[in-house]
Design a protein around this ligand. Structure first.
Ligand code: SOE
Length: 416
């Protein structure tokens, strides 16, 4: 018998809308798990929240998140607010025995992330609730296929990682000062907003941790139009007072990965012409993989020695076959998926973990690991020196029986 679980959504702008669509669609797509009920949407402006709830499919409205956390009909609290309120809401929800889904990056800084991860561990121990951080790109079929290929040894020993997350919505100096540009609200700029995704993706797909970094951060535009409630991304302002941009506009760093690989990471919201270009490439001793978010249904693969003749080269795999990850819920081969499907898969996996009483990844502990890298990047950029993240050990990705790949030499060697 299917059972249902109530969801309370805090925040309803860009990410809140994406999450709402996921909660609405997941049961129809996957069928099997607990059915989510869109119980309550929370926003401080009652009129705006009421309009959003009606449009996005939520049954009730609260204007104080504390009321959401207290409600008996809410089993999952979904946090889609700016970073400044993540820790307070998540910790209160976990203490109230709710499961939590929290947007990325987990927190504004390391201390907040440590508190959140500690509370999540305690709450799991006490009541079995799970806490997930919203690194949604893990849930794209091509990314999950890449992870499985690496875990099965297809790349051999990992040598290089190249990750870039490029957007251009800040190129115009009159894009308003939204919360994403204020340190007290967001924690950091391109670093937490974009590089965090790249870090998580690399660690998830490769199974390695970023052990040490050497970084530089820069801010190109010092002030922007101060417009109350500005969301950024697509808005523009003219005239009026300007406020200080207190975060990085671009973040670049070199990394040493556990297991011996090296990597370059680049994130900016000033890469003119690049809209949402998250590209990750892994080069190993036996082959290479490349993923590009703007072509998210595809995985590029090169296998050393696979073809010995003039036809050797990169292959483009269209990741839409029924045997590919998550595709059992969707369309016939070639009927491609979009950005929003990553959120449907995210909540599907969260519901499955709740149903099975198991763990969920990326957990708050995984979010904390990313935060350690963000913190090390900021310290390195400030000092000009290499900084260790404290994540020197190597994870061993689970071998995945779900994918028939020829085992090659294991890419994963445990660190001593
Ligand atoms: C804006 O840069 C943004 O919406 C990020 O905040 C998201 O995490 C990313 O997925 C898309 O771009």
């Amino acid at each position: 018998m299917t059972r249902s679980i109530g969801v309370g959504l805090v925040g309803y702008s860009f990410m809140g809308r994406a999450h709402s669509a996921a909660w609405r669609n997941v049961a129809a797509a996957f069928g099997s798990e607990i059915t989510p009920e869109l119980v309550v949407l929370c926003g401080r402006d009652r009129a705006a929240a009421t309009a959003a709830a009606a449009r996005l499919g939520w049954s009730a409205v609260e204007t104080d998140w504390r009321r959401v956390v207290e409600r008996d009909d809410v089993g999952i609290v979904d946090i889609c607010t700016p970073g400044a309120s993540h820790a307070e809401i998540a910790i209160a929800a976990l203490r109230a025995g709710k499961h939590v889904l929290c947007e990325k990056p987990l927190a504004r800084d390391l201390a907040e992330a440590e508190d959140m991860a500690a509370e999540a561990a305690r709450a799991h121990e006490r009541t079995g609730v799970v806490a997930m951080v919203g690194f949604n790109y893990r849930r794209l079929p091509a990314v999950e296929l890449a992870r499985r290929l690496v875990a099965s040894g297809r790349l051999g020993d990992l040598r290089h990682v190249r990750a870039a997350y490029l957007q251009d919505w800040l190129v115009d100096a009159d894009v308003p000062l939204s919360w994403r540009l204020v340190r007290d609200e967001a924690g950091s700029g391109s670093l937490g907003d974009l590089a965090a995704h790249a870090i998580d993706l690399v660690e998830h797909v490769s199974g390695a941790r970023l052990a040490a970094v050497s970084a530089l951060l820069t801010t190109f535009v010092a002030t922007r139009p101060a417009v109350a409630g500005a969301e950024g991304l697509t808005s523009k302002a003219t005239g009026g007072a300007r406020g200080e941009v207190s975060v990085d506009d671009a973040s670049l760093f070199l990394a040493r990965l556990s297991g011996g690989a090296v990597g370059t990471f680049e994130a900016t919201r000033y890469a003119t012409g690049h809209k949402n270009a998250l590209r990750v490439e892994l080069n190993g001793s036996l082959g290479s993989l490349a993923f590009d978010l703007e072509r998210l249904n595809e995985l590029e693969i090169y296998e050393q020695g696979r073809d010995e003749d003039a036809s050797a080269g990169w292959r483009r795999v269209l990741v839409t076959e029924p045997e590919h990850p998550y595709l059992e819920a969707w369309w016939p081969p070639g009927h491609v998926l979009g950005w929003e499907h990553s959120f449907v898969h995210e909540v599907h996996d969260l519901l499955a973990a709740i149903e099975g009483g198991g763990e969920i990844h990326p957990s708050f502990a995984d979010g904390l690991a990313v935060q350690r890298v963000l913190d090390a990047v900021e310290r390195s950029a400030a000092s000009g020196a290499w900084v260790e993240t404290g994540l020197g050990h190597r994870l061993r990705p689970p071998a995945d029986p779900g994918l028939a790949v020829t085992p090659a030499r294991s890419a994963q060697k445990e660190e001593p």
